[in-house]
Design a protein around this ligand. Structure first.
Ligand code: GLN
Length: 488
């Protein structure tokens, strides 16, 4: 069947249901594409040897008349989701040979709906980074330009989606790690409200910021995946007990009459001209659909990066204390117990992870705690209040997802601060715990994708996806595929 791999999940489901193709055939098609194309971009760390078996099981469930939201759909996961029996590395040497004894709840939910797991995708080590260059196993390349970064930390997930090496993928977002790589790779990336999706069995980076979300070719697919993974989990006390709306149908409502805010702080100096131009074009498309735009201000935006780089490393330094070489993962034996800790952590962690552990340990140490960590928490509340104030007047907020299109691999890796600044438009959303989505909004003259970010009220994923869905009815950016990946 011609170019079936280019279809979104919602169309593949129909073909599977009507038995126009089997799950096994579809899985074979994607496995063949991975074999043919992944050497160009290095998006996969591990291939699931059981993929075809899982596809056969899906086929027998289909034959038995069973319904499942994802029956027979081949997906791939950022290598931060625990997958029982399948190596999960978090792109770190310290977990290079780690085989989880259980599945994360999200994976259990996907299994229940009958998905097929193709494999595990590259990321920055422990999700710390914006380019995948911090992966212990080498960087991923951007399918639109192989010299460019795919973004990060979910760079493998976004690159695999852009090259159509999976029908859909999942990532995680602590400060932008779903939205920034989605923008760089020209695909859709949704970070749900903090608490919307369970974090149980996801390797923790910064627990008050981490959230799981879909990276897909279009908004309807993001809605399908969110519906499957959202909801309260007794194993994660921060997951929220709130009804899960029927996202795929609700996002199809019209957008006429919605009010959207444009924060002046996100459209100023330092934003690439072409990025601004593409967002202006997108705003015009939405205006034609009857959306009203209004200038707003989020006055504490300038403190977001500083606040994030206290809170996230502080939480990371605590979360990463568990990698001690004793219970699981790498162990480098030293002359005694303390020495074993030193050796294991020195050899197991990469430079950026060590930097974060040191920053975080410093910010939490006695005498500095009040000056840094406590202060950062207070500023975090102020940043959240900026948004809540704005949402009294507008239903959603639109910004560029990133100040520039994809930068070159190697361009920022030796200057951590410059790398940190690439998340300047995404981190506030995590600090405030809000939902945000990045939608493809066109290309630069050099053929690099530009992403538009839509931010919503707490738990109002419906409105931001609705805006994105209606925008995609008028545009075809999300259907473009980089030409060197277009052959079968
Ligand atoms: N790039 C940011 C960081 O390095 C965000 C990463 C993420 O969201 N996981 O921390």
């Amino acid at each position: 069947m011609d170019r079936i791999w280019a279809l979104p999940i919602h169309e593949l489901r129909e073909k599977l249901r009507k038995k126009e193709i089997s799950a096994k055939e579809l899985t074979q098609i994607f496995l063949k594409r991975i074999e043919k194309y992944d050497e160009k971009i290095s998006s996969y760390l591990t291939i699931n040897e059981n993929a075809l078996k899982e596809a056969e099981e899906a086929d027998s469930r289909i034959a038995g008349g069973e319904e499942g939201e994802l029956l027979g759909i081949p997906l791939a996961l950022k290598d931060i989701f625990l997958t029982k029996g399948l190596r999960t590395t978090c792109a770190s040497k310290i977990l290079e040979n780690f085989i989880p004894p259980y599945d994360s709840t999200v994976v259990e939910k996907l299994k229940k709906e009958g998905y097929v797991l193709l494999g595990k995708l590259n990321l920055d080590e422990f999700a710390m980074g914006s380019s995948t260059e911090n992966s212990a196993f080498g960087p991923t390349h951007n399918p639109w330009n192989l010299e460019r970064a795919p973004g990060g930390s979910s760079g493998g997930s976004s690159a695999a989606m852009a090259a159509r090496l999976a029908a859909g993928t999942l990532g995680t977002d602590t400060g932008g790690s779903i939205r920034q790589p989605a923008a760089f790779c020209g695909v859709v990336g949704l970070k749900p409200t903090y608490g919307r999706v369970t974090r149980y069995g996801i390797i923790a980076f910064a627990s008050s910021l981490d959230q799981v979300g879909p990276i897909t070719s279009d908004v309807e697919d993001a809605a399908i995946l969110l519906k499957v993974i959202a909801g309260k989990d007794p194993k994660d006390s921060t997951s929220v007990d709130r009804e899960v709306p029927d996202y795929p149908s609700l996002i199809k409502e019209k957008v006429e009459g919605l009010k959207i805010g444009l924060p002046e702080e996100y459209f100023g100096d330092g934003v690439d001209e072409e990025v601004l131009k593409r967002i202006e074009d997108a705003i015009k498309v939405l205006e034609k659909l009857g959306v009203q735009f209004k200038k707003i201000s989020l006055p504490h935006t300038e403190y977001a990066i500083a606040t994030y780089y206290i809170v996230a490393p502080a939480e990371a330094s605590s979360n990463l204390a568990r990698y001690d070489g004793i219970r699981y993962g790498l162990r480098v034996k030293g002359k005694d117990l303390i020495d074993t800790y030193f050796e294991t952590r020195s050899k197991g962690f990469g430079a950026e992870v060590k930097r974060r552990i040191m920053l975080g340990t410093y910010a939490l140490s006695s005498g500095y705690y009040d000056a840094y960590y406590l202060k950062a928490l207070k500023v975090r509340t102020i940043i959240r209040n900026d948004f809540l104030e704005a949402f009294k007047e507008v239903d959603a907020i639109i910004t560029p997802t990133t100040p520039t299109p994809a930068f070159k691999l190697g361009e920022k890796i030796s200057d951590p601060l410059r790398m940190y600044l690439s998340d300047i438009f995404t981190v506030s959303v995590n600090l405030a715990g809000l939902p945000g989505i990045s939608i493809p909004a066109g290309f630069t003259q050099n053929g690099l994708p530009v992403g538009m970010q839509i931010i919503g009220r707490p738990f109002d994923e419906v409105t931001i996806m609705r805006i994105g869905y209606n925008y995609q009815q008028e545009t075809d950016w999300h259907r473009r595929i980089p030409s060197q990946f277009e052959e079968d």
